[in-house]
Design a protein around this ligand. Structure first.
Ligand SMILES: [Zn+2]
Length: 262
């Protein structure tokens, strides 16, 4: 294989690694935000439960007042019963007393209901507070794990960037530019392996004589006519065999200015 092509394949493999690393790095903010979101939601649950409890307490006071007022009224009517002169008026007063007493009973029922559900609200506040504590602890752990993973990924990035610099140094500058221009247009993938009789990236058929020349290792670059990627042929059957030292020697000879490139 053309020694520069071998170096380009090396570069491509580092670039693919970099794409993966940068992709993972870009997801960290969202992962953190999701974790924070769970804490926020739990806090809102506590706030909502507390508000329900407060509303319940206010209603309870209103219902207590209702009971008092209806009791007052019933008492007032009863006190009036000695003063009425006519049978008619007496009947009317009895009716008012019965009505007021019925209202007392209703208000007392409402108050009792409110007291029962007040206990329920109390229980809900305590449950929401306990859930919040649990979620906060879990998210704290998660945040630390995400941070550790982020640091490790940053280290991976630094290592891959160094590997890229080394890979770039092994390829003539104009060829790196050429490769990068193609890669930029095609999602970071500037090379395409021959698969069967086609381009391994876009699948288009490659003319047999091009494949033959690639297999022979001609000192010429071929591009896919459809996706324009630089084609290469990898002899997977021979990959188990020890690598020849020839390409490396040739590569070094072809790259006298390697140290100047970055
Ligand atoms: Zn193609």
């Amino acid at each position: 294989m053309h020694p520069h092509l071998k170096s380009l394949i090396e570069l491509q493999s580092v670039d693919l690694r970099l794409i993966g690393i940068r992709d993972r790095l870009s997801r960290f903010p969202k992962r953190l935000a999701e974790a924070e979101g769970r804490v926020t939601a739990a806090r809102q649950q506590v706030a909502a439960a507390k508000e329900a409890l407060t509303t319940g307490q206010k209603e309870r006071k209103t219902f207590e007042l209702d009971v008092e007022q209806w009791k007052e009224r019933a008492k007032k009517y009863r006190n009036q019963s000695g003063e009425v002169k006519s049978n008619e008026a007496y009947k009317a007063l009895l009716h008012e007393i019965a009505n007021a007493e019925a209202e007392v009973a209703k208000a007392e029922d409402r108050l009792l209901d409110r007291m029962v559900s007040g206990e329920e609200y109390d229980r809900q506040v305590k449950a929401a507070e306990a859930a919040l504590k649990e979620i906060e602890a879990a998210v704290n752990k998660e945040r630390q794990a995400i941070q550790a993973e982020y640091n490790a990924t940053q280290k991976e990035l630094t290592a891959a960037e160094a590997a890229r610099a080394a890979a770039v140094a092994a390829v003539p500058e104009n060829l790196v530019d050429h490769y990068e221009r193609i890669a930029k247009r095609h999602g970071g993938i500037g090379l395409a392996e021959i698969r069967g009789e086609g381009c391994g990236q876009c699948g288009v058929h490659i003319r047999p004589h091009v494949i033959q020349q690639l297999q022979r290792g001609d000192q010429e670059f071929f591009h896919c006519e459809t996706c324009t990627r630089i084609l290469y042929y990898a002899d997977h059957a021979a990959q188990g065999a020890p690598a020849s030292s020839e390409p490396a020697a040739q590569s070094a000879g072809d790259s006298p200015a390697a140290g100047e490139r970055h």
